[in-house]
Design a protein. Structure first.
Length: 255
């Protein structure tokens, strides 16, 4: 009975103050609507960020020597090498894949079209899986191409367009610093930013770049894939320990 009387009094108050009631209801609707919009916007932004993150490889990790750090000087005699890759593969169970990466720049030419100081990478086939790359045409080079030091290459989508426009690139030959390389694949567009131009690159087999080209720098970087994102911190710790055993003269932030 008390509940019924309360409701009657409330309705009478609402009818007696229609304007106030309308404004109160409007405030509630606007407030709830604003919360819903903010939640939807934040969830949408989160989903977009995760999508962009996974686009470049959500489980991707990398190692390189920072020779520009003025506080932790790396001895000039120390370099990453292929033995470090083998050690990581053997001793780091949380790392599912690890490949060496050489970086360089060179003139890339097809016919009368030249791309000056174009971005080059020399690596192994697993690199395309680690970086979550797919192919618009052709395919990646193989372990056999790498071991045999074949002069084959894969083009980024923008590189392909700048050299070939709408023509087919797979099966054609390009000149990289004057040396003929056969195009065997064109990567699908991935996007990027001013610092990471993922679609403007030429990728060749690691041993080909190391032993049959003068266009690459001597510093090896290591690209890795963690078996599961929940093991990221453990994977970092394992890699640090392995590389410290491989290169005890290289200082770390913990030293």
């Amino acid at each position: 009975m008390l509940v019924l009387q309360t409701m009657v009094v409330a309705f009478r108050g609402m009818l007696a103050n229609k304007t106030r009631t309308l404004l109160t209801m409007l405030g509630i609707v606007v407030g709830v609507g604003s919360v819903i919009v903010l939640i939807a916007f934040s969830e949408g932004t989160r989903a977009e960020m995760l999508e962009r993150f996974e686009q470049f490889g959500a489980r991707r990790m990398g190692v390189w020597l920072n020779r520009w750090n003025t506080e932790l000087q790396v001895p000039s005699s120390e370099h990453m090498d292929i033995e470090d890759i083998f050690a990581i593969r053997e001793e780091c169970p949380t790392i599912s894949r690890a490949v060496p990466v050489l970086w360089g720049q060179a003139r890339v030419r097809y016919g009368n079209t030249s791309l000056e100081e174009h971005q080059l990478f020399a690596t192994e086939p697993d690199y395309f899986g680690i970086t979550n790359r797919s192919f618009a045409s052709g395919s990646a080079f193989t372990d056999e191409n790498n071991i045999m030091q074949d002069r084959v290459c894969v083009l980024g989508s923008t590189t392909k367009y700048n050299l070939f426009f709408e023509a087919e690139a797979v099966g054609q030959y390009v000149l990289i610093d004057g040396k003929r390389f056969m195009v065997i694949g064109v990567m699908a567009e991935q996007g990027g930013d001013r610092w990471q131009r993922s679609d403007e690159q030429v990728v060749v087999p690691f041993y080909t770049g190391r032993d049959r080209s003068n266009s690459f720098y001597n510093e090896i970087e290591i690209a890795m894939e963690v078996s599961d994102t929940k093991y990221s911190e453990l994977a970092e710790q394992q890699v640090r320990e392995v590389l410290h055993l491989q290169h005890p003269l290289i200082p770390t932030a913990e030293d």
